[in-house]
Design a protein around this ligand. Structure first.
Ligand code: HEM
Length: 190
């Protein structure tokens, strides 16, 4: 797993629970003292162990933590990769292009070891998106959180209409995008 994700998980935990909580999670995960930097790759088991430790510490379920982190991580990712994201995109356009323009062109092509999920997004009718998640990992809830984060980033609101499971870790989420606060966080983040 790319260090950009784990180092943001660290920032998320510190922001939500404070610095000592991060040390606590690393200890529980058997990773005490291990540093995570954005330009390195780490075993997937590190992220899995940190999430399991977060479940144990907070009592929240894994899906809820992944979803909340997914929404949280979008603004910092948008900021880091802003030069690859056209100014005139909205939430639907971003999501429809995330597979080819971000996960493929920016992540897979630049880093051979990265294995981001396949996120295929289709606008099935105006404002209704079908978001398909396929990965060797089991982090569909993180993808759903990212969808919420992208909508919020563009001042829109995503509402889950339906989710389908399988096969394996494959998930399909149907979401409705609608006008939200109207405040585009893009301006704040860049
Ligand atoms: C600027 C936007 C984004 C950037 C720069 C980005 C980048 C990345 C990177 C670097 C990874 C780690 C891959 C690896 O180490 O194998 C990753 C994983 C992931 N991304 Fe994205 N991503 C973005 C947006 C999104 C969106 C919009 C979604 C979902 C709709 C999404 C879903 C995921 C998920 C679920 C993972 C976890 C790994 C897995 O399940 O296999 N990402 N992303």
């Amino acid at each position: 797993m790319h260090g950009v994700i784990i180092s943001n998980l660290q920032k998320y935990v510190v922001e939500k629970l404070g610095e000592p909580a991060w040390d606590g999670l690393r200890e529980k995960a058997g990773l005490l003292g291990k540093a995570f930097i954005p330009i390195s790759m780490y075993p997937d088991s590190d992220l899995d162990a940190l999430i399991a430790a977060a479940v144990e510490t907070t009592g929240q379920d894994r899906e809820a933590i992944l979803q909340d982190f997914g929404a949280w991580v979008i603004p910092p990712l948008m900021k880091m990769y802003r030069s690859f994201i056209p100014e005139d995109w909205d939430a639907a356009t971003f999501l429809e292009n995330v597979e080819e323009r971000i996960h493929e062109r920016v992540v897979r092509m630049k880093d051979d070891a990265a294995r981001p999920p396949h996120i295929n997004v289709t606008q099935v009718s105006p404002g209704i998106l079908e978001v398909e998640y396929q990965s060797h990992r089991d982090m569909g809830a993180l993808a759903l959180g990212c969808v919420y984060g992208v909508a919020d980033f563009y001042g829109e609101k995503a509402t889950l209409i339906e989710q389908k499971k399988g096969p394996g870790t494959h998930r399909t989420y149907s979401v409705r995008l609608s006008a939200g606060t109207g405040i585009r966080r893009r301006q704040e983040a860049v």
